[in-house]
Design a binder for this molecule. Structure first.
Ligand SMILES: Nc1ncnc2c1ncn2[C@@H]1O[C@H](COP(=O)(O)OP(=O)(O)OP(=O)(O)O)[C@@H](O)[C@H]1O
Ligand SMILES: [Mg+2]
Ligand SMILES: [Zn+2]
Length: 324
């Protein structure tokens, strides 16, 4: 697992703050108790001696077990007294205990050296955020991807089933060594975005850094970086090169000129060289890709990407018709 670096730094800082807040809240509450019930301060003073008393007994080395049992017994009595005092004054017993959001890790994010589930969850939520998937993450997943839409005219059901199953396996087994590139080709409304979003979601949940972007959005970030000091950038283009999975949606809808072609070429080439997985979705057929992009780009798309041909009848329309 190698979450997005910025997310990781931010979440770690948030956990440190959470931890300190919990400590401070407990300190404040303790002060409040001392002001309201002065006897509690005395009890706490005595309770805080317990450890040292036990140490002294151990060092003394005589009748240790009996003495320790006695200290423990007194400790229990002091605690009971304290609890009773608090109750009498209308406070819950644990009023000044440190109350963490997560008892497992005490809001440190780690249990021994292992990352706690609460921190993993926070990182996944941050991963959704920073992936650029926005609302798609909530509406498109493998769970609501149905093959039924490919039973109608024009669809190659078996090919779509193989594609969906293959991508699901790819996503569910994604790890550091994963390397595959896919070119999702087909007409509008056939599920390219849906299926690639489902892959993205699964890979984020496995703890990897995923970036989803439209070709138009990506080019606009490259332009902002190159011509406008980065102003208005949604994602730094460096992240396009680094993300462990990059999904470029709607290739072919961006403007095409020398600059955009060279950005695209550099990006695809860098990712291939670094063995980073990339998905590209497009409405353009091979021949149209060849006409639009230069040889260096198309030869990479043809040579390094596995094509997945989407077929069928516009699912947006099928859904509307089913509702009617
Ligand atoms: N197999 C499917 N099961 C359920 N819903 C689907 C399926 N495929 C697509 N959809 C839904 O149909 C709509 C269109 O799908 P999607 O956006 O993935 O198409 P697309 O191939 O990306 O089209 P475009 O080329 O226009 O971008 C979306 O709302 C999507 O959630
Ligand atoms: Mg789409
Ligand atoms: Zn935790």
């Amino acid at each position: 697992m190698s979450y997005n670096r910025e997310d990781y730094i931010r979440i770690k800082a948030e956990f440190s703050q959470k931890y300190l807040r919990a400590q401070n809240r407990a300190t404040e509450r303790r002060a409040e108790l001392y002001a309201a019930i002065p006897e509690v301060r005395k009890l706490d003073g005595m309770l805080s001696q317990t450890g040292m008393e036990i140490m002294a007994v151990i060092r003394g080395g005589k009748d240790t077990e009996e003495q320790i049992a006695a200290i423990r017994q007194r400790n229990r009595e002091l605690l009971a007294k304290r609890a009773e005092l608090l109750r009498e004054h209308g406070y819950p017993e644990d009023y000044s205990d440190v109350q963490y959001d997560c008892d497992k890790c005490g809001d440190t994010g780690f249990v021994n050296t292992k990352m706690c589930d609460c921190m993993k969850r926070a990182l996944i939520a941050a991963g959704y955020e920073s992936s650029g998937l926005g609302a798609l993450i909530r509406t498109q997943s493998f769970d609501n991807f149905s093959l039924d839409y490919y039973r109608v005219g024009g669809a190659n059901y078996d090919a779509m089933r193989r594609a969906a199953e293959g991508l699901r396996r790819f996503a569910e087994s994604f790890d550091r060594t994963a390397y595959a590139n896919y070119l999702l080709i087909g007409g509008t409304g056939l599920g390219k975005t849906h299926l690639s979003t489902a892959v993205a979601k699964t890979v984020i949940e496995r703890g990897f850094d995923v970036l989803y972007v439209s070709a138009v959005g990506m080019i606009s970030d490259f332009e902002a970086k190159r011509f406008n000091d980065g102003n208005g950038m949604k994602h730094d283009p460096d992240r396009y090169a680094d993300a462990e999975l990059l999904i470029i949606d709607d290739l072919g809808t961006e403007v095409s000129n020398q600059f955009t072609l060279s950005c695209l070429y550099d990006l695809l080439n860098t990712r291939i060289n670094n063995r980073r997985c990339t998905f590209i979705n497009t409405n353009l057929a091979f021949r149209e890709l060849e006409a639009r992009y230069n040889e260096r780009i198309t030869s990479r798309l043809l040579g390094e990407y596995s094509p997945i041909l989407f077929s069928g009848t516009d699912i947006r329309r099928q859904k509307i018709q089913r509702v009617k």
